[in-house]
Each structure stands twice: as C-alpha cells, then as structure tokens.
Design a protein around this ligand. Structure first.
Ligand SMILES: Cc1cc2nc3c(=O)[nH]c(=O)nc-3n(C[C@H](O)[C@H](O)[C@H](O)COP(=O)(O)OP(=O)(O)OC[C@H]3O[C@@H](n4cnc5c(N)ncnc54)[C@H](O)[C@@H]3O)c2cc1C
Length: 416
C-alpha cells in the first residue's frame, strides 16, 4: 500500500515528537514512524535535565586526558570506550580527538546558547499552554563537589557562563548545605546553574505524544523504515515492511540509528551511540530539593515528583540497550558518596539509552545538503531532551521556508 504524506518524521523520540508538535502548530500534517514505541527511544529514561547552561560541546580541550585518567580506574569511571576496528568508528574517534580544541568550543557556544535558550523558553511555554503535569521544576541544576580541584572546574564553568550573560551561582560550603540539605557533610561547595530546570522525561513525552495525536498526527508504532528512495535530489519513497509513503517532506530524527536509516541517501552522518544508564525508584525519605549533578562522578540525580532517578556513564560505541547491572550498582554507590539515601532502595526501573553523538559534539540540524525535501534533526548527544522543543521549532520554520532567528551554519551536515 502506498500512502501520501505531507511531513514524514522518522523517529518518535524527544526530537521527532517535538518536531511533530511545532509542525502541527504551524498547520502542517504530520506522520511519525517509529520502529518501536513512540515517546520512548533513548529519551524516556534519561535524567530529565533542561540545561541551557550547557554551552560547551562534548568535544572540548582536556576531555581526552580526563577520559584516559578515568579509564585507568574502571570500577568508578563515568566513561567507557568500545574496542572495535570498524572504519566508521575509528574515523569518528579520530575526528573527535581533532575536535577537542578551543576553536570547536568557541564555534559551538553561540549556536548552543541560542538553541538552548529557545528550547528552555519553549519548554516553559509548552508545559504551561498544554497544562502538562510532568514534575517540571524551574529550580536550577546544582553541581556538588567533594574536592578542591573539581570545585575549581565548576567555578571556571560558572565564570564562562557569566562571560556569556548566563546565570550561575557559586556556593561555598555553608551555602551549599543551606541550598541542599540532602548533601553529605563532606561536600565542600557547588555551583547552581539557576537558569536550568528538570522534569520527568517519560511523562513529558507520553503527554506530548497524546497531544500531537489530538492535534491530528498519524502515529505509526512498530513501523521501521527499511529503505529510502530518492531521485534528482528529492526523496520519493520511504519504505516500511507493510506500507510505503510518498512524502512531501521528510524529517530524519532517528537518534543513534540515524546513520543506518539514512544510509540509502548517500549522506555522511557520523554519529556514534554513547550509552548511559538510569535507575528509578520511589521517593526516598530525604529527597533532594532539586536536580543535582555529582561533580567528580558525573552522575545525575533527579527528583521527579513521587520518584527519584539516578543516571550516569557514557560508553562510546556501545549499541545495545540492555542495562548492565555492574554500572547500575556503581551509579547507586556514587550517589551514596554525595547525598543521604535510604539504606535500601526499592529500584523499580533500570534502563539504558543511546546518546546520538557527533564527533564535534554538536547536533546536526538543518536542510540536507543533498535532498531538497529532507531536514536533518539528529546528533543531540547529551542534550536531546533539553534541545528538543527548540529543535522542533527550528524544524517547523525550515519546513515552512522561515529563516530561524539564529545562524544554523555550525549545525549543518555540510561540516562533515
Ligand atoms: C543516561 C542518559 C541520560 C541523559 N540525560 C539527559 C538529560 O538530562 N537531558 C537531555 O537533554 N538529554 C539527556 N540525555 C540524552 C538524550 O536522552 C538524547 O539526546 C535523546 O534521547 C535523543 O533523542 P532523539 O529523539 O534524537 O533519539 P531517540 O529518543 O533515540 O529517538 C529515536 C527514535 O528513532 C527510532 N528509530 C530508529 N531506527 C528507526 C527506523 N529504522 N525506523 C523508524 N524509527 C526508527 C527509535 O526507535 C527511536 O524511538 C541522556 C541520555 C542518556 C543515555
């Protein structure tokens, strides 16, 4: 069966659903295809942090030596690297190492800041307008530090934000314990990124999925795209096992699977998965007041109403989404080093997800360099939830021939 479609979105994670919402608002008709359930992907189990403060990409100076140091302490390391001789993987690693430069950071900050602020505003507006109940808290993101050297790194990040007119409050020992009573006595300081917020990502996406359905989206679950055909610089057919689509416009939002989905198009989409884990439990006796990031251990802690979630690890090149119990245990241990926790935690959910990561740590967002009717919206790495509603708005603008408010050049697929 062949079906005509106006905008066909491939992938129904945070990015695909956000794009669907803003496209529908702009008057377009939308079909979302997902090989699994919509509103899950690598998005539902994540930390739920909305972080406009995050203006420095993953590929930055100092990342490689820090990663090597961490890997020498395997049981505690927040970072892992798959051993593989795949040419795409090796080429990605080489490009990543080359991108860990000041130039990459300087180039990334203005577009990251613009997209992050747009997205944070869109979250607040969308949640208020749609009356979503998803544990949304505009309470900042508090980094906790146990060592002077890590605290110095936090202060440096705060100062960088100040240089870019973004808020961040440096807190000494007394101030941090006042701000977060759940912190253990040996926390020596912290930084509160007060412009950040958090929510329950699974609830947000469930509500967004229902809202886009009400707005008229055709949502197709268990519908994997197996082939894409193009001729004369235009996508003509998108093929699934029991149906084919003839779209006016396609949005590629397949996260870590984008390279496979786009392989028929001859596009260079250098994305590697960066796997991470989460564990979720009912609220503990002493709940943290707001979202936390544990400085030295890079573990996130998020209160989500009646639930509490911990997330951590970044394992480059790992594609499986089966949670590894070793790391779940290590993440819990890390949290116990920073905040008061119940002796026994009633963990109700363990999860693994794949951050779609480009070698320069920047998303791929813009029109395809090779196809007139394709928009790429992928590669958001650690920020796919946070940048979702901003990305969704930009996709809708591009689809309707509107110039976005900021320059998208740094996000263009042409850079690869
Ligand atoms: C442990 C962890 C914590 C994180 N914490 C945060 C956080 O606090 N804040 C934040 O902003 N980000 C966070 N992230 C990152 C964020 O989760 C990702 O950036 C985000 O999920 C990417 O969204 P996406 O829509 O691009 O991809 P996904 O959510 O993975 O969606 C892609 C979709 O494409 C579908 N698909 C794949 N192949 C096909 C096909 N052939 N046909 C049809 N559909 C297909 C998949 O089934 C999937 O549903 C975290 C990630 C992890 C792992």
């Amino acid at each position: 069966m062949t079906t005509k479609a106006d905008v066909l979105i491939i992938g129904g994670g945070a990015i695909g659903l956000s794009a669907a919402y803003y496209l529908l608002k702009s008057g377009r008709s939308v079909t979302v295809l997902d090989r699994d359930a919509i509103g899950q992907g690598s998005s539902a189990g994540n930390a739920g942090h909305i972080v406009p403060s995050h203006i420095v990409p993953l590929a930055a100076p100092g990342v490689i030596p820090t990663a090597i140091k961490w890997m020498l302490d395997p049981p505690r390391s927040p970072f892992g690297l798959k051993i593989s001789l795949s040419p795409a993987y090796i080429s990605w690693l080489i490009r990543f190492m080359a991108a860990c430069s000041e130039e990459n950071v300087t180039r990334a900050i203005p577009p990251f800041k613009a997209l992050g602020l747009l997205s944070a505003k869109n979250f607040a507006d969308l949640i208020a307008e749609e009356k979503f109940s998803c544990s949304y808290q505009e309470t900042g993101l508090l980094f906790l530090y146990k060592t002077e050297s890590a605290f110095a790194g936090g202060r440096h990040e705060a100062e960088l934000l100040h240089q870019h007119d973004m808020p961040a409050e440096i807190l000494d020992r007394e101030a941090i314990h006042k701000r977060e009573p759940a912190a253990l006595a040996d926390i020596i300081g912290g930084v509160d990124f007060t412009g950040d917020s958090s929510l329950h990502p699974g609830e947000f996406l469930r509500l967004l999925k229902e809202r886009v359905r009400e707005m008229g989206a055709d949502l197709r679950e268990n519908t994997p795209v197996t082939k894409i055909e193009a001729s004369s610089g235009k996508i003509t057919r998108v093929v699934c096992p029991s149906e084919e689509f003839e779209p006016t416009l396609v949005v590629l939002a397949a996260g870590a699977w984008s390279p496979q989905v786009g392989r028929d198009l001859g596009l260079n989409i250098p994305i590697q998965p960066a796997r991470g884990y989460s564990l979720t439990m009912p609220a503990t006796k002493i709940m943290p007041r707001g979202a936390l990031l544990l400085g030295e251990r890079k573990v996130a802690v998020t209160p989500m109403g009646e639930k509490l979630r911990f997330t951590g690890r970044l394992e480059i090149g790992e594609m499986s989404t089966t949670p590894d119990l070793r790391w779940i245990i290590n993440i819990e241990r890390a949290v116990r080093e920073y905040i008061h926790l119940d002796d026994e935690l009633a963990i109700s959910e363990t999860w693994a997800g794949l951050r779609p990561t480009t070698p320069d740590g920047m998303p791929i967002l813009g029109k395809s360099p090779r196809h007139d009717n394709l928009i790429l919206a992928t590669g958001h790495a650690m920020l796919g939830l946070s940048l979702g509603p901003g990305t969704g708005q930009v996709v809708a603008e591009l689809a309707n021939g509107i110039q976005p408010e900021f320059d998208l050049k740094a996000f263009g697929a042409e850079r690869f």
